[in-house]
Design a protein around this ligand. Structure first.
Ligand SMILES: Nc1ncnc2c1ncn2[C@@H]1O[C@H](COP(=O)(O)OP(=O)(O)O)[C@@H](O)[C@H]1O
Ligand SMILES: N[C@@H](CCOP(=O)(O)O)C(=O)O
Length: 342
């Protein structure tokens, strides 16, 4: 499980004394995370999630939390929105960012809902609509955070992988980066803003209601940054709407595109660059999964690592190959909005 930093019960109990949350009743590590250490924590005041950031400095955490607070406020101000994002709880002094076991740490309310293993059209449509709402609601947030896993990072990563990849994967990687480089000025002209950056289906919770599934939580804003909005939707498409080899589920893809465009229709330039956005999104997670594997292997050989969930990088290589080979369907039958209206 992905608990990299153990927190002893006595440390947690005394740390919790600074909040108005009553005493610790129970806690347990959360197996599902990849990057950070997470615990479910129960006190007499309710259920919370403790996150210890394994790879982020305190100032980066402040940026994510600024985004979470901004979205949370938009959600409260506009009840028609569906942006349930967890924002941290403050202690008696108003402090919400802490150092626990030498790591930046926050405590958030546990939001309602469960993970969905096999999203349906309803799940996918709601997630896509929420993503478009997130894009619009974050547009007036002043905090800046460029994408640290964009083109420059792909080029740097490729330079480190000559020994790790075979010749055909290396050729694929180099060619894809070159093709992305060629359209980069068009990419920069796309509608941009804050993106979630990692809205995989394991980062969304749904509640079961009498009226059907209802989006309960949007989690893990820790890859949030500024980039092209359709790149964010392409990340969702590649995870929610196809099999591990990249073959589309047309029903889910239609639900995704309809859900997003019910809130924010595409511009012409977004429609044109959608195929390249799908490829860019596949490339980004192929590379980050390779890096995660390498870091986890290094941790285990240094003997201080614990069992961690590691996702298969080749899934995203295969999706990239599929996106390069297949004819990509048009986003809208009637064409996108002129870019001037964005
Ligand atoms: N506020 C929350 N409410 C409910 N569950 C949460 C909350 N935060 C995290 N979780 C649970 O913890 C899991 C891991 O959290 P996540 O932020 O995705 O970690 P990581 O960054 O390590 O991938 C989530 O998939 C979810 O099951
Ligand atoms: N959801 C991602 C993991 C998160 O991305 P990272 O860049 O923070 O490692 C995946 O499934 O690969």
């Amino acid at each position: 499980m992905s608990v990299y930093t153990p927190v002893p019960q006595s440390s947690l109990a005394s740390w919790l004394e600074q909040f108005e949350l009553g005493p610790l009743l129970s806690f347990r590590g959360i197996a599902g995370g990849i990057e950070n250490t997470n615990y479910f924590v129960t006190t007499t005041a309710g259920e919370f999630v403790l996150t210890l950031f394994e790879h982020h400095a305190a100032d980066e955490v402040e940026q994510f939390v600024a985004l979470a607070n901004h979205l949370g406020m938009a959600n409260r101000r506009h009840p028609q929105l569906s942006l349930p994002v967890p924002a941290p709880v403050s202690n008696r002094d108003g402090q919400w960012l802490f150092c626990l076991e030498h790591k930046p740490a926050i405590l958030c309310p546990r939001l309602a809902g469960e993970h969905v293993e096999l999203p349906t059209a309803s799940h996918t449509c709601q997630a896509a609509a929420a993503l478009a709402q997130l894009h619009l609601a974050a547009a007036d947030l002043k905090v800046q955070r460029p994408n640290a896993r964009g083109l420059d990072w792909w080029i740097t990563m490729a330079g480190t992988l000559t020994a790790a990849l075979d010749d055909s994967d290396m050729a694929l990687l180099r060619d894809e980066i070159e093709q992305q480089r060629l359209i980069h000025s068009d990419w920069l002209a796309l509608p941009h803003g804050w993106i979630h950056g990692d809205l995989f289906h394991d980062n969304v919770l749904f509640e079961n209601t009498a009226a059907g599934p209802k989006l309960g939580a949007i989690l893990d804003l820790y890859n949030a940054c500024q980039d092209a909005w359709i790149f964010d939707l392409a990340i969702v498409a590649n995870d929610w709407c196809c099999d591990v080899d990249g073959h589309w589920d047309e029903t889910l893809l239609t639900a995704l595109l309809d859900g997003y465009q019910s809130v924010r229709p595409f511009t012409m330039s977004e429609q044109n660059l959608w195929p390249m956005a799908l490829r860019a999104a596949a490339l980004r997670f192929w590379l980050s999964r390779i890096l995660t594997r390498q870091l986890q292997a290094a941790q285990l050989t240094s003997a201080d690592g614990q069992m961690a969930i590691s996702k298969d990088p080749n899934e995203y290589r295969n999706k990239l190959c599929h996106r390069r080979q297949s004819a990509i369907r048009q986003i809208t039958p009637t064409g996108g909005q002129p870019d001037a209206t964005r």
